[in-house]
Design a protein around this ligand. Sequence first.
Ligand code: GLU
Length: 475
Amino acid sequence: MKPIRTRFAPSPTGFLHVGGIRTALFAWLVARQSGGQFVLRFEDTDKKREVEGARQHLIECLRTLGLMYDEGPDIGGPHAPYVQSERLESYKRWAQKLIDSGRAYADPYTPEEVQAFREQAQKDKKPFLYRNHRPETPPAWDGTRPLRFKSDPKAYERHDEVMGDLKTGPEVVDDFILIKSDGYPTYNFAHIIDDTEMEIDLIIRGQEFLASVPNYLNLYEALGLIPPKMATMPHVLGPDGNKKLSKRDGAKDVLDYVREGFLPETLLNFIASLGWNDATEQEVFSVQELVEKFSLSHVQKSGARFDDKRLLWMNGSHIRELELDDLYQRSAGYWGPEAAGASDDYKKQVLALIQERLKYLAEIPELTKFFFVDLPVNGSLISEHKQLKKVDQGELKNLLQQARDVLAESDFSVQDLTDRLNQLLETTGQKPAVLFSLVRIATTQAPASPGLAESLALLGKERSLGRIDQQLAAL
Ligand code: GLU
């Protein structure tokens, strides 16, 4: 495979959401897979929309997720600078070429005049085309007016790496602004110059640019350039699959997910799976597997659904794959205050017990609190329990007393506890859902816990019996 240079070219206009990360991820995957380079470029020519702190945020997102770029604003590279506002000389040079070849002209109209043309077209029920109003003798361009591209309308047949073969007619090609009156280029112009000078082989970007591609192709031709390959990503849709993903549905800052304890490898796996699969049933991929298996030809054309529940499930899967020491390191910062005095060894054992059911790291305090502190008896755990609520209180008390007597004889090894609890099942003739739930609630005061014998062994004899006494007193 020939090395492919790709780029991620965000505008620093806000936080990076899932759709943006997907573009970055796919570009990164293609570069890594082919032994090419992944370039980061800031497109900051719309100064009104720029948001303070957005650049730092974008860099932090990419680094946190492990999407390291080979060239970029903060690390430089052979095509520096990687910030559009620092490349104005370049755009001017290329604009001059277009002026010299008669393919660009100064736009003489005021915004009000252009608006009047637009309204007239609407009245005539015709699509508005700027080129129908091209001035016959445009003024010389002095930088105070917009510079417009003089298009050469024609039909195009082209191939998009995701959308397939696309055909458009000449009616979609129009004169567009290259350089605005504030001296900054438009995205439409600047990205073409940058992708050319940065030797980009493949552009991956969102669907919102698809309609403009015929204009871009026309400009590439006017400049005598061969366009890179293009891949257009479908929208990421909300959970119901209808509308575009909104903030409420999960279009939130990807760093928020990291803060909640979603693993970077889960987020990459999940985001890759928005519209891509490897044509097998496999759903959980390591980052290495994504690099090996990713292919643009398996990205679907229609919108991909963002499903929060699936993200949770997937994170649980990745958490289960982690070595305990690794999980323990990642859990730093997530333990509740009650765990503050506990030893590393004890916390690690607690983690080993909940690893199987842990869905995200911010859940750790809730799932582990009872391992560190005695919680007050919560009567509703019994009165609302499916099985226990059917059993008479006196009977429950009697059962728990028997359990206490049996446990008092145990050495509290997992094996011995298991044996004795099973024996008690037989002697009492009770169902596990009654007996074990009762002991579990008494010793944890939690609606759910890891394996009973394992939990008791870790809590230790004194603590477990003490908690049973507390529950007995309350029954
Ligand atoms: N600057 C554009 C944006 O943030 C990126 C478009 C592209 O990737 O070419 O939407």
